[in-house]
Design a protein around this ligand. Structure first.
Ligand code: NAD
Ligand code: MN
Length: 362
């Protein structure tokens, strides 16, 4: 008999615990229906961990994470902890989630977004412009600006300050990441758009060169390079012209929030952060959104991004695409039935959406 599937649940802060509890119910129900044996552990991360343990991510949490098959994370952060001045040049010490991403080397972050027929009118687009949009932003997650060193805020002799960050990338980091982009494009519609600012950044020049080199191994995939500013403009003008968009850590972060507009709300977007495709290594599944302090504690957060992250877990950590499609179609049925949360103009609570999706799964 196969080993039980080991899941580590880290609800995090703000609306994190609200959406994760619903997504976890979907995970458990599916495993029960499919007789998949699981071993589930729970832990605290970031703000919740700081308040209990005085650290954003305990060493024990990292050990457990490395022994797990997958992590289900809510979101982390909030004004209370964002303002803490941690004296460290190391971003991983200032952010529990960034530490886990780095420790697990979960460098390829898949962030799909699409237009839903029943939500077209909820998007900022004319329905015919966005209908059919189906994009995957692949964000590099272990390098670039968020981790780059040197970084700092220095006081100058005259009492003024200067601040700096480094968008550091090695050719190997770019290469391993680009490979995932081309491999995913093969499973989708065969197109890669790489975005960079090679017109003004050294890291962009290397980025474009290495992505181009990797592209020669994939003659079946159409490769397009765009400057990031123009790319974001095109993504709003012609949402259906894109398939896989590959971007560094910062541009990928920005692009993925932007394409959430196709789905009508940031609360709809899931993610999977992998150490390469099909590596079998521990992967992180989490909604793209943050902790939404403006609506936290009200039970009205949209849990669909978290639920679709569970679908991605079945697809990428269990190789069960069939179960991923079942969850996705349950989500579509829920939307079609008009059971939607406030961010989409509806009145359904987080739990009511969860109940609806569970009842469709049954
Ligand atoms: P946010 O994503 O939390 O919220 C942006 C907007 O989208 C808000 O209006 C919010 O109400 C709405 N929203 C987000 N998720 C929603 C959901 N599931 N349902 C309904 N509405 C939703 O971004 P922010 O306000 O810029 O950041 C808040 C905090 O979250 C900050 O501390 C930030 O650092 C943190 N953050 C964490 C992550 C992460 O853990 N991966 C990602 C982004 C931001
Ligand atoms: Mn973001």
């Amino acid at each position: 008999m196969a080993d039980p599937f080991k899941l580590l649940v880290l609800p995090g802060d703000g609306i994190g615990p609200e959406v994760v509890s619903v997504a976890l119910r979907v995970f458990e129900r599916m495993c029960q229906l499919e007789q998949i044996e699981t071993e589930i552990q729970h832990d605290l991360l970031h703000g919740a961990a700081w308040d209990r343990y005085g650290t954003f991510c305990r060493d024990e949490t990292v050990v457990t994470a490395k022994q797990s098959n997958a992590l289900l994370v809510g979101a982390v952060g909030g004004a209370k902890w964002d303002q803490l001045l941690i004296q460290s040049e190391d971003p991983a010490e200032r952010d529990g989630l960034m530490r886990l991403r780095e420790e697990l080397q979960a460098y390829a972050c898949l962030r799909p977004s699409r237009a839903y027929e029943s939500l077209l009118a909820r998007t900022p687009f004319k329905p015919d412009v966005v209908a059919g949009a189906d994009i995957l932003v692949l964000r590099e997650l272990c390098g670039g600006l968020p981790y780059g060193k040197p970084r700092g805020i220095d006081e100058l002799e005259d009492g003024s300050f200067q601040a700096y960050d480094a968008n550091f990338y090695s050719s190997e980091e770019i290469r391993r990441f680009a490979v995932v982009g081309f491999e995913i494009a093969r499973r989708r519609r065969g197109k890669v758009t790489s975005i960079d600012k090679s017109n003004v950044m050294e890291s962009g020049i290397l980025w474009r060169r290495i992505v181009g080199e990797v592209g020669t191994d994939y003659p079946d995939i159409e490769l397009e390079h765009l400057y990031t500013d123009n790319a974001l403009y095109q993504m709003m003008q012609r949402p259906t012209a894109f398939d896989v968009v590959i971007a560094d850590n910062i541009f990928g972060d920005i692009a993925s929030d932007l394409v959430a507009t196709y789905a009508g709300s940031l609360g709809m977007l899931p993610s999977a952060s992998l150490q390469g495709l099909d590596s079998g290594k521990p992967a992180i599944y989490e909604p793209v959104h943050g902790t939404a302090p403006d609506i936290a504690g009200q039970g009205i957060a949209n849990p669909i991004g978290a639920i679709l992250s569970v679908a991605m877990l079945f697809e990428y950590s269990m190789q069960r695409k069939d179960l991923a499609r079942r969850i996705e179609s349950a989500v579509v049925k829920c939307l079609q039935a008009g059971v939607v949360s406030a961010d989409l103009g509806g009145q359904a609570s987080t739990d009511q959406i969860g109940e609806k999706i569970l009842s469709v799964l049954d």
